[in-house]
Design a protein around this ligand. Sequence first.
Ligand code: F6P
Length: 467
Amino acid sequence: MISADLVVLANRLPVDQVTEADGSTTWRTSPGGLVAALEPVIREQRGAWIGWPGNADADIDPFMLNGMQLVPITLTACEVEEFYEGFSNASLWPLYHDLVAKPEFHREWWDAYVRVNRRFAERAAMIASEGATVWVHDYQLQLVPQMLREMRPDLRIGFFLHIPFPPAELFQQLPWRRQILEGLLGADLVGFQLSGAAANFVRLVRQRVGHRTQRDMVHLPDGRAVRAAAFPISIDTAGFTELAASPPVAARATEIRRMLGHPAKIFLGIDRLDYTKGIYPRLRAFAELITDGHLSTEDAVFVQVATPSRERVEQYRLLRDEVDRLVGRINGDLGRIGRPAISYLHSSYPREEMAALYRVADVMVVTPFTDGMNLVAKEYVACRLDDDGALVLSEFAGAAQELRQAWQVNPYDIDGIKAALLDAYHADPKEITRRMRAMRRTVREKDVDAWAARFLDELMGRPAPRP
Ligand code: F6P
């Protein structure tokens, strides 16, 4: 029977199943920054990670990997549809991202969300040792803190939201708004990417639940106090820098430039294929610069990597068709033999290939309509070993608050994006270096380890729960 002093809960387990040459399957830690930051802490603290392995009806026993106890949660095919694709990604995701797409609300989806959240909470209640610390992650699990507190009042519970938390005007559309707020209030510490999001939460709690609030604290009638604060997440900076500096990645970067025909400058976008990422306006802006005669396909190419994501959700299917059509039209109109305007890759790549792309890109273009943080922007900065490369960044990405030296744009303003792309293209190398050096200092000082340590220190420092 597992017993853990630190329990992490996230919708997904931090592992991928891989098939070996002999056909057998094993697990490998996935390359994300979150697991890089938490793995050492989990190992030291006899910790466990509870999550979904990523496919329906997989009934897998807990297992050990790299010193972490991994505890898989089973979701039925119907729950994948209603909890994951439905309530999490077709109700909450668009609602929390500024209604970039229209959220759908269905009562069966909500019922599945409650049921799956309870399953996660029950599992955590079962394995957490007396007085353990539990850290719950993200929008898929917002009811877990309260459910868990009811089952195990001895635990210290933290919650971190990786995506934006919307203003009251949007959040109050949610038919189950009060339940979500009360769910989060089960935590001792509720973390957000930005202070504005924490303020949105505190204001909503005051207005909708009626609790007394004072700056970043919520005072509950039972005497408990909950703190809501900003903890901007970051990346495994040293890991990315080291990878970018490795000879195979350097060689691959040279090869990519050659395969693209040695254009004067390479523009790059890397995103999950998600409607929040603003892929459409950036490609249009780039294409218009060619049409207007400011750039030519000899001078510039735009490499756009779009990682497949949530492909069974209707809005994601529509987006894929839209981007496919746009890329086809732009290349049909503007490309020449061996010189497409846009090199479009609908695929996911290992970290090594990403690092090579970051190394080879002269202008990185990150234009989400809204984004909790956007780690791609930080990864690009970490990989610019020579303090060069220009970052064009949406002012609506959380990262814009730290990466102030980027060329910041309003993603809704295509002329503004065009101006920024051109400015970055023509920028003086000294100006590029000045900006990149400052941004590199930021991502070096504030990496994902510092983020995790700050959150956990703050959580451990909260008053001990009453027995
Ligand atoms: O940024 C939110 C998030 O849910 C991450 O936690 C996750 O890595 C990413 O989006 C991909 O989402 P999904 O788990 O739905 O594939």
